[in-house]
Design a protein around this ligand. Structure first.
Ligand code: SER
Length: 318
């Protein structure tokens, strides 16, 4: 029986993943944690245990893992790309020391670990189209540096200590439950909110800039599928390319116009996030994930747009 600890449980992925895991593994078997309590998570708070946990404090992780007899850690607490560039020292501390502490506790207590990597683990010298699973990884953001180092560290703990570490390289994630916390791909979430609220959006990423993206239900499916995959079939572990779609701002706007024809898009490009976006792939090759654990997404751009707009309309009371 799995006893799961989720770090960063109030973030964009964690807030939805925790609820799904509680449904699948039982409310008592999924402990949510976050550095601080945030408003607006009543459902999550009421459905099971919540612990305040700062992942830069290894002792705290160890105490919570022992207290709840945790055997699986889903480590989501991290600083994203744009926020990372504003404070690289903090990004290194939370992303690297946080992961190191989680892996050390996992080694001592015999836990398995899932932690996401990102398209940010690639850089300017990586092939941009159909980016292979195994390729050049020389990112130039602190977020990307921590993601590559994290992939290597997770593989190291598997080979050296037998810790069952697994991960995926997530593209930009689009969801309606909790906003992303300061990434480069966030425009693809904000655009839906603004399309419904004001029928126009000013985009901080330039026309023609393609990035990989995925709808949250597919991201959650990827985590659970990989966590439950037969280890004998995994040739890779940290971390698998996964993707669902690739688009630029004009293409997502065109998809929105199928439902909101008067929607207008203009641009006020942020040079920091634009440079980050340009250093990332246009589209990933996810064939290793498909072959080794049966990955395949359910949503494309139009089916995501339809669902996002329906769900957000209800959420925003429109
Ligand atoms: N969505 C993330 C970001 O933009 C990528 O992992 O930072």
């Amino acid at each position: 029986m799995r006893k799961i600890l989720v770090t960063g449980a109030l973030g964009q992925i964690g807030s939805e993943l925790t609820m799904l895991l509680r449904k699948e593994y039982g409310n008592d078997n999924v402990i949510a944690s976050s550095r601080r309590y945030k408003e607006g998570h009543d459902k999550l708070m009421e459905s099971g245990v919540f612990e305040i946990l700062d992942v830069t404090d290894g002792k705290q992780i160890s105490e919570i893992v022992r207290k709840h007899k945790i055997n699986t850690i889903i480590h989501l607490a991290a600083v994203l790309s744009a926020v990372g560039e504003a404070n690289p020292q903090q990004a290194w501390n939370i992303n690297m020391n946080g992961l190191y502490n989680v892996l050390e506790v996992a080694r001592e207590e015999g836990c398995s670990v899932f932690t996401p990597s990102s398209i940010a683990a690639f850089g300017d010298s990586t092939p941009k189209d159909k980016t292979p699973q195994d390729t050049i990884q020389r990112p130039n953001t602190i977020y990307g540096v921590t993601k590559v180092a994290g992939e290597l560290l997770c593989d190291y703990y598997f080979h050296k200590y037998g810790v069952d570490t697994r991960g995926v390289r997530f593209p930009g994630l689009i969801s309606y439950e909790t906003l992303p916390g300061g990434g480069t791909t966030d425009y693809a979430v904000h655009i839906y909110y603004e399309a419904l609220k004001s029928k126009r959006y000013t985009c901080f990423i330039a026309k023609g800039t393609k990035m990989d993206m995925m709808y949250m239900p597919d991201a959650l499916k990827a985590i659970v599928q990989l966590m439950e995959a037969d280890p004998a079939k995994l040739k890779h572990r940290n971390a698998f390319n996964v993707t669902a779609m690739s688009f630029d701002p004009e293409e997502i706007a065109a998809s929105i116009r199928k439902y909101i024809p008067e929607f207008e898009l203009d641009y006020d490009v942020d040079p920091v996030r634009q440079a980050i976006a340009e250093s990332w792939p246009n589209s990933l090759d996810d064939s290793a994930a498909r072959e080794e654990w049966g990955w395949s997404p359910d949503y494309d751009l139009d089916s995501m747009t339809k669902d996002m707009l329906e769900k957000l309309k209800v959420k925003l009371g429109l």
